[in-house]
Design a binder for this molecule. Structure first.
Ligand code: ANZ
Ligand code: ZN
Length: 801
């Protein structure tokens, strides 16, 4: 019987003591491979069995890559700042630094017990001043290059977390962390200019080996929209309203304008109109989600002002309505009720004029039916003066050129993406390294004064005001420019800033002179394989891409994209099929399972349970099945005889398994890799004996998912050296099953027969066998053969004429 506790403890401590997983930056003759997990935030709750699925996968890949002769970097660290730790601390009354430290100790122990082959010498912790010094340094670089700036803007405010949030942290109108409804507040905040990279963030997605679904989430989030900006002057005011439209072809159908309640012109117009002011106030209490909701009863109010239609010179009313959002385009629209759903609803409700300017193409009955309004499809322009008869889509450029030539508008590309709001009115984060001086204004903290340390003695309970505001020790500072007493910025940085560059720090975790030396970046970046949850699609993964590009522009790192290949692990649900959660009481704890069945069992089962990117329910019973398989391999070792003459069948099954496993691990198909190993072990067992050499060859594959048991058996069967420095075996082609091919055989392009042949049959032999097929021979009889066309693996055509 396999005693997992003894074996796993033995090998884990051997590997730790000998430092086999410590990575050198470069090793002669070896290619570097950077295999990375999304680092966790160390929560007080510890890991459940779902968490390590991704970690186990990267560990399998890292171990395979090492055995294949790569120099592998596989590090781990802690995303330690942030709201979860702070909220937990507030609840328990302990200091976040302390709860974080305890959580990290606990997490580390758990990860080690799973036997993950991390290079712990590069461990990082984002709440460590030695780390956040560089977070602050990067912020200052961004500031210096105009990529970090301060502005007053309506921002998302979570009333429960008492802080502002980035757009990416608001999910369907509620706070991503606590689920409270987010409101809008006008505040002066720090932003990072991610929009400067919108186009590149979009186009570079093409070259990434990422799940298509994830790319499309990023694409939609960036939301590129090509349209036209059209200017309307306001009657009786020295003002112009520019609207952004994707349908300039419908300009003649614009019967009114609508401004967002926050539009600057509204504040001018509302001075004399109480009703308008009341409407604007009422809107400020609504969430963006409410405002965007489809089919909701439209609300709005006439401003009393009129705009002049730039082509017809008609006066059209200017309304204010909350379905127009200030954050997109220009915060104002030309309403074309005949051809836009929302404008149509609005016009119906307030009895505004509707003018059809697009007709369905054709004139039959179908076209008549399709002409029901609003008609939002492309069609033929009408009631549009010189544009009559043009097609709304194919003649789009004609329309746009005309608008430009008349000087009333121009082409413009809009993005949905907004700049990244990074200041937080919270305690547990990296202080923003800025000083405010009464006479000198905003002053960056000089580089040599970094890090700006987070003071320990602060009452961090949230009040809506930044806790650092209340720390006198933190606030007493001199202006770096004039030495007069000044104030520090009291907001801290969003934790996503910490994690937007952490993958660089592993390369050079102890460097005091740079966030990472240039040479290290060249050695390792970009990350070859990155695995983590899909929930980071528009948060971490977008921010990390942005910061990587900005760092290259500012510092010439030479790296434009951080993560070459990315995969998302599927979520492991509880046995009852539900999401694992403490409150449901269905959480499966890995610690108990590791004690009872072994880490090798847990690891192998998590890889075997199903396709890696699929969500799966946990099954302890199936896991026990995996344990039985490991027991069988254990007893297979008893059949090892040094020079056993392995029967053909054993040689075949071992080699087929090796070939398949090599391929499957590289393609994240861990489940099929393991089932292949199971098939092979059955066949090897049936042979009654196995040579040392063949057993050793077989053992290298399970060494990725079940490393200690494989190492122990390696030693027990007196294989050469230690398993961790063995060589990944090459399958021997003579033992690989020859798959068969079906070849179509034609004479003068007409199918005359098919041929089933082993895939590796030589071409000349295939042609000879084809020639002998009965129907083929018959048609070739007496004809003079001109030539033979061969499409390898598919077709042979004999040409006689
Ligand atoms: C006139 C028009 C006529 C429009 C028509 C559509 C259909 P995307 O594709 O998302 O870029 N729009 C512009 N800014 C807006 C804002 N701040 N709030 C709400 N709606 C806004 O959408 C662009 C279209 O959304 C624009 O084109 C504008 O309505 C509306 F038959 O202009 B359209
Ligand atoms: Zn000053």
């Amino acid at each position: 019987m396999y005693d997992h506790l003894t074996v796993e403890t033995k090998w884990q401590s051997i590997w730790e003591k000998t430092g086999v997983f410590t990575t050198f930056d470069s090793v002669k003759g070896k290619k570097n491979s950077y295999i990375l997990d999304m680092f966790p935030y160390p929560s007080g709750a510890g890991l459940h069995v779902g968490h390590p699925r991704g970690y186990i996968a990267t560990d399998v890949i890292a171990r395979q890559q090492r055995l294949k002769g790569k120099n592998v970097l596989h590090p781990m660290g802690w995303d330690a700042f942030g709201l979860p730790a702070e909220n937990y601390a507030i609840k328990t009354g302990a200091h976040p630094e302390e709860t974080t430290r305890t959580a990290i100790r606990w997490f580390t122990k758990q990860l080690k017990s799973i036997g993950l082959s991390y290079d712990w010498s590069r461990e990082i912790n984002t709440s460590d001043p030695l780390y956040y010094r560089w977070t602050q340094w990067i912020f200052l670089k961004l500031y210096e290059h105009g990529l970090a700036y301060q502005k007053e803007a309506p921002v998302n405010w979570c009333p429960s977390c008492q802080t502002v949030l980035a757009n990416e942290q608001v999910k369907e109108g509620v706070c991503e962390r606590c689920g409270s409804e987010v409101i809008q507040k006008n505040l002066t905040q720090w932003f990072l200019k991610i929009t400067a990279y919108a186009d590149e963030l979009l186009s570079d997605l093409e070259h990434l080996d990422w799940p298509e679904s994830l790319k499309s989430i990023q694409r939609n989030w960036i939301g590129k929209s090509e349209g036209t900006m059209i200017d309307f002057s306001v009657f009786g005011h020295a003002a112009t309203v520019s609207v952004f439209t994707t349908r300039p072809d419908t300009l003649y159908g614009a019967t009114y304008l609508v401004l967002a309640p926050e539009h600057p012109l509204v504040s001018k117009l509302q001075k004399t109109r109480d009703k308008l002011r009341q409407y604007v106030e009422a809107t400020s209490r609504k969430t963006e989600l409410e405002r965007k909701a489809k089919g909701r009863e439209k609300t709005g109010i006439f401003t009393g002002a009129y705009a002049i239609h730039p082509l017809t010179k008609e006066h059209i009313p200017i309304w204010v309505a909350d379905y127009v959002l200030m954050g997109y385009g220009t915060g104002s629209i030309m309403a074309v009720p005949a051809h836009d759903e929302r404008d149509w609803e609005f016009a119906q409700q307030f009895e505004l004029p509707i003018k059809q300017v697009v007709l369905p193409p054709g004139s039959g009955k179908a076209a008549q039916q399709a002409s029901a309004l609003p008609f939002t499809q492309p069609g033929v322009l009408t009631h549009s003066n010189t544009w009559d008869g043009l097609h709304s889509q194919s003649d789009r450029n004609t329309v746009i050129a005309d608008i430009r030539d008349r000087g009333i508008g121009k082409s413009e590309t809009q993005y949905r993406l907004r700049d990244w709001l990074v200041s937080r009115q919270r305690y547990w984060g990296a202080p923003i390294p800025i000083i405010y001086c009464k006479s000198c204004g905003i002053q960056p903290v000089p580089e040599q004064n970094l890090p700006v340390r987070l003071p320990a003695d602060v009452d961090f309970r949230p009040t809506g005001e930044s806790p650092l505001e209340r720390s006198e020790s933190f606030q007493s500072v001199q202006c770096p420019n004039c030495n007069e007493s000044a104030r520090r910025e009291s907001d801290t940085l969003d934790t996503f800033v910490d994690s937007s560059w952490y993958f660089f720090r592993y390369l050079d975790a102890h460097n005091d002179n740079a966030f990472a030396a240039e040479a290290r970046i060249t050695d390792w970046m970009p990350v070859d394989t990155y695995v983590g949850g899909v929930e980071h699609a528009v948060l971490h993964l977008l921010y990390a891409r942005f910061i990587t590009k900005a760092l290259d522009d500012m510092l010439q790192t030479g790296i434009r994209e951080p993560f070459r290949t990315l995969r998302n692990q599927g979520i492991i649900r509880a046995e009852d099929g539900e999401k694992m959660s403490k409150s449901r009481g269905n959480v499966v704890n890995p610690d108990d399972l590791i004690k009872q069945y072994g880490a090798d069992t847990l690891r192998t089962y998590e890889m075997f349970m199903g396709p890696f990117e699929d969500s799966m329910p946990w099954s302890t019973r199936s896991m026990i099945g995996v344990r039985r398989w490991l027991d069988r391999i254990w007893s297979l070792a008893d059949q090892v005889v040094a020079d056993y003459a392995d029967p053909e069948q054993s040689l075949r099954s071992a080699n087929i398994a090796i070939e398949k496993v090599t391929h499957d691990i590289e393609h994240f198909k861990f489940n099929t890799a393991i089932s292949e190993l199971m098939i092979a072990s059955n066949s090897l067992q049936r042979a009654g004996g196995i040579s040392r050499k063949l057993f050793g060859k077989y053992l290298v594959s399970p060494a990725t998912s079940a490393p200690p048991i494989a190492a122990e058996l390696w030693e027990n069967t007196h294989q050469e050296g230690v398993l961790t420095s063995a060589k990944w075996p090459e399958p021997e082609s003579r033992y690989l099953a020859r798959s068969e091919l079906t070849i179509a055989v034609q004479v003068n392009g007409k199918l005359r027969g098919t041929l089933r042949i082993p895939a590796d049959t030589a071409e000349s032999a295939v042609v000879e066998r084809a020639r002998k097929l009965e129907q083929v021979a018959k048609h070739l009889l007496g004809a003079s053969e001109q030539r033979v066309i061969v499409v390898p693996k598919k077709l042979i055509n004999f040409v006689t004429v």
